[in-house]
Design a protein around this ligand. Sequence first.
Ligand code: ATP
Ligand code: MG
Length: 582
Amino acid sequence: MRYSQLFLPTLRDVPSEAEVISHQYMLRAGMIRRLASGIYSFLPVGLRALRKVEKAIREEMDRAGAQEVFLPSVQPAELWEETGRWDRMGEELLRFKDRHQRNFCYGPTHEEVITDLVRREVRSYRDLPMNLYQIQTKFRDEIRPRFGLMRGREFSMKDAYSFDQDEEGAEKSYWLMFEAYKRIFARMGLEFRPVEAETGNIGGAFSHEFMVLADSGEDSLVYCTSCDYAANVEKAEIRGPEHLPQAESPGGETKAELRLVETRGKRTVEEVTRFLGVDPSRLVKSLVYRTDKGDFAVLVRGNREANEYKIKKVLDVDTAVLASPEEVEEILGVPAGYVGPVGMPLSILADHEIRAMEDVVVGANKEDHHYLHFDPVRDLKGARFADVRVAAKGDPCPRCGKRMEERRGIEVGHVFMLGTKYSEALRATYLDQAGKERPIWMGCYGIGVGRTLAAAIEQNHDRDGICFPFPIAPFTVILTALQPTDAKIRTVSEGLYAALRQRGVEVLFDDRDERPGRKFKDADLIGIPLRVTVGPRQLQDGNIEVKLRREAKAAAVPVEGGMDHILGILQDHGETRGQSSF
Ligand code: ATP
Ligand code: MG
């Protein structure tokens, strides 16, 4: 491809709409443009990179025995009503009507559609196992679309669905996908980690997310420094105090009596603890959660966060939402900042860490007052203790008890063991060997294609632009002709361009009549991994210049041996297969 003919509008300045690096560079490198909030167009260079991500995904999915299909993005409401998700999905589901006033949605995911297809076609155990995947546009009306492709509303996803006879088969399919995902992200050169995860709207028995490690990630994960436990903080369990050696579990030792103190106007944990001169870790905060089984008081340490997923699981409820300050006042007759366990009319669920604490500060259930010297063991009779807080750095690993570390991550993939949730709702069954009808066991497996590209850029860039790993680079080589109007430079660079294309190398030929500085800046911004420069100075000595994007120094290479040298570098980087050129 000739740069002079390529639709590649680069930008010198950082667009104000972009917060994270990947979004900034994708706009600046002319890869994408915004049409509406969370909705993007791909320009040629962006599309080429996206196709590379798709290629890596396709090859590994095919290798794992999955078959590609293509399902409709517009889906009839009836299917979603059968699984109950038409109502449960909430505002994220983009619903609309056709001219006959029938309800439809734009697919945010495809469990319903694929299960419908399979229930119509699969009859017998002989048709199983089967794994079907597609790469399709999804729409989710996200509350807060942001970070460009990272959290769009319209986005491309690879989603796969496995169908098996029984649990054992389904688990085998699950781990096959798990391994395929590891290969997909590894071959793109990403630093990533699979972690145990919550199942969210999709549901199912268990799941893992694949996290690309990056400080700009919206997710947090913890991992054990000693064993291989790793989980999203939404999910991560925390070992309880019952595992602590006796000496470290000092509850029940507060000698002092409860003492009521005035804390006028101090509502937040910071305000109260600063006023009383204690550390926030010595306060227990009392939160009110509204659930479909009534209201509950939830107690966590002052420097901790309550975890809604865990609360839901412990209470065995479908919804658990933190009550607003107005609701708290309405329910308890006390302003939110002063709620406490003493005289609490609601059932109390306390984080298990609290059982190991002594002599703490709590709200007094009385406006402008707190209690000192609260002892959880002595004063918290009848409360239920469980793991209900968000895991964080330093917490004990649920497996081995050693310290956990915390990192930010970008969720690029998610695998779910669905079991028979969808096949039972949609009655997708097969006949087993004995002729008995059984529900099909399912798994589902997603990868955000655009998000993976964005995550790759978060991990691979410098202050001048993107540093694409070879496997997902839009072009492998950028051939830069300085002073392309010069006859000799034109001859040499055109010759190299033709030779590279002939060898199937994906080459972008910067034949523009621009200043060298501009050309080098654009090349660095776009991030093509190998740059070959034909310039007057080098050519005087019979040389061209070859430079890797990630390296500072260029090598002078004689024109005659140029092609071999370039092909050698590409080979060193695994670029041996003949690829289509244009
Ligand atoms: P998140 O928690 O980030 O909202 P999710 O858990 O709802 O994502 P899944 O249903 O697991 O997403 O979808 C599978 C994959 O699709 C995700 O792992 C992610 O890579 C991608 N994905 C999901 N939502 C978006 C989005 N709004 N924009 C881009 N990619 C997305
Ligand atoms: Mg997910």
